[in-house]
Design a protein around this ligand. Structure first.
Ligand code: ZN
Length: 145
């Protein structure tokens, strides 16, 4: 039987996802006990989407919701928000020769590219959820893909 995917919220305000039954720890602060389940999904892609939305500032959430409602409308291009292809490239270039990605190197790369959204924490959270990176130490992630 396939297990469900949970949208979880930490006391620090970070939302993140985990497979049901797995030990969940906050992708921002590492908290494992004071976590509440806010939604349940059967599809990991839906969960990924929900996590991304939950961690977005509300004004961006509104913009995305209105965009989703008008899918056919030409998308606005915003200089300071990265596309997923760009995020992927930034993740790659933030990874050192050992395959280790740090929040600091990711922030530096985002700065260089002039990207404000999504934040380094949001990108790491997404990548972790998608199984692209795995937490290695407090501020380091190992590249798996
Ligand atoms: Zn937390």
């Amino acid at each position: 039987m396939e297990s469900n995917w949970l949208l979880l919220r930490c006391k620090c305000g970070q939302s993140f996802g985990a497979r049901q039954g797995a030990t969940a720890s906050c992708s921002r602060c590492g908290e494992t006990s004071q976590i509440t389940t806010t939604a349940v999904f059967t599809d990991s892609a839906k969960l990924t989407e929900a996590v991304a939305k939950a961690n977005l500032p509300s004004e961006i959430k509104d913009e995305i919701n209105s965009r989703l409602g008008e899918k056919k409308r030409k998308q606005l291009t915003t200089r300071d928000r990265a596309s997923s292809a760009m995020v992927h490239r930034i993740l790659k270039q933030s990874t050192d020769e050992r395959g280790i990605l740090t929040l600091e190197s990711l922030r530096n790369s985002l700065d260089l590219e002039g990207v404000c959204e999504p934040s380094a924490e949001q990108i790491i959270g997404m990548a972790e959820l998608q199984g692209v990176v795995q937490r290695f130490s407090q501020e380091e992630w190992k590249w798996l893909a």
